[in-house]
Design a protein around this ligand. Structure first.
Ligand code: NAD
Ligand code: UDP
Length: 327
């Protein structure tokens, strides 16, 4: 398949980015990945390296864009550059904020210069610890601007402000998805998010960690469904529709998730209760009626099938790691 699409995927070596790159290459697009490898891994793209049309540039999106990027006439720019897991984005909060604000500005200016359509991966974190449930795009959120999650949440909110200013001023053609918790193969085993943590713990025979009492809820979307939604919004030709929620509305508690993983692993591991992190949102569930009506999108992979695929991936990943460690 060929395509006249030339895409930049910032953050393309990460979990979601690598799935997007795979899909774009499958459609025949030329793809440049820009990634500083902070949380991304080249191994996520290893199976694609022999494909014609893929170029990987290691650089930080907050710096001046390297010539391989700034001299390419992109038709589409996807901004996924930003660590997504709280323990990772909190290591260097200043860098996280700059990634969201300066990095997004750099890519928006590139879009302005090349005429590329720009898509931002925003987040359900813009709703903070929501008082409205489920969350619709109109809800303005309840976010702490002083807490340990603020570098990410407020950084993503500032990025949205900048993006919609570029839109209002006619400087760029923009699309924004607000992603709710997404999981699947190619998550980093050390990512620190609940799905990767508890599956890896179940496989390795360690206690499964629940932060707080486990009654907080999340809604988990399988990565293939998410990438499908991203591509549908990128291809959407109507008037700029504002931010669009993408997520799976199947809400469950963290304790429910842990039980599902234990049942799947067939293991009798213990559960360890650890303190709830500061500002951890109590509830999270997307209202996806806008994505459904605008894009005809809804998630197709149910939690059981998604967890099975993710567990198979981690079984392989952890056994490869053990083999490497033994040599
Ligand atoms: P990830 O950490 O696996 O991927 C992020 C990628 O961005 C990594 O490859 C990392 O090395 C790269 N990166 C980070 N800072 C960078 C910088 N300054 N310059 C260049 N590259 C940089 O995370 P993910 O889960 O794949 O998330 C991808 C995007 O989706 C992120 O923007 C995240 O905020 C957003 N998102 C993800 C989720 C989720 O549940 N996974 C939810 C909401 C939003
Ligand atoms: N969590 C947990 N055990 C873990 C990791 C996370 O109970 O090992 C909790 C976390 O406190 C949060 C939920 O699971 O309430 C989802 O956390 P994650 O980091 O996956 O996503 P986010 O908090 O960004 O939605």
């Amino acid at each position: 398949m060929t395509s006249d699409k030339t895409a930049l995927v910032a953050g393309g070596a990460g979990f979601i980015g690598s799935h997007l790159v795979e899909r774009l290459l499958g459609e025949g697009a030329k793809v440049v990945v820009l990634d500083n490898l902070q949380t991304g891994r080249l191994v996520n793209l290893a199976h694609l390296r022999t494909k014609a049309g893929l170029k990987i540039v290691t650089a930080d999106v907050i710096d001046d864009l390297p010539p391989e990027v700034s001299n390419t006439r992109f038709t589409h720019i996807y901004n996924l550059a930003c660590a997504a897991s709280p323990p990772h984005y909190q290591v260097d909060p200043e860098h996280t904020m700059l990634t969201n604000v300066v990095g997004t500005r750099n890519l928006l200016r590139l879009a302005e210069r090349t005429g590329a359509r720009f898509l931002q991966t925003s987040t359900s974190e813009v709703y903070g610890d929501p008082e409205v449930h489920p969350q619709r795009e109109e809800y303005r959120g309840w976010v702490s601007c002083t807490g340990p999650r603020a570098c990410y949440d407020e950084g993503k909110r500032a990025a949205e402000a900048l993006i919609f200013d570029f839109d209002r001023l006619g400087r760029a053609d923009v699309r924004v998805v607000r992603i709710f918790n997404t999981y699947g193969p190619r998550m980093d085993p050390c990512d620190g998010r609940v799905v990767s943590n508890v599956i890896c713990q179940a496989i390795s025979g360690n206690p499964l960690t629940i932060y707080g009492d486990g009654s907080q809820t999340r809604s988990f979307c399988y990565v293939d469904d998410l990438v499908d939604g991203i591509e549908r919004l990128m291809a959407f030709e109507g008037p700029q529709p504002g931010p669009v929620n993408l997520g799976n509305p199947n809400e469950l508690t963290v304790s429910d998730l842990v039980e599902r993983v234990l049942a799947l692993a067939g293991s009798g591991n213990e559960v360890a209760y650890l303190p709830l992190p500061t500002d951890d949102p109590r509830r999270r569930k997307p209202d996806i009626s806008l994505a459904a009506s605008l894009l005809g999108w809804e998630p197709r992979v149910d939690l059981q099938a998604g967890l099975e695929a993710t567990m198979s991936y981690f079984q392989q990943e952890l056994s490869d790691e053990a083999t490497r460690a033994a040599h």
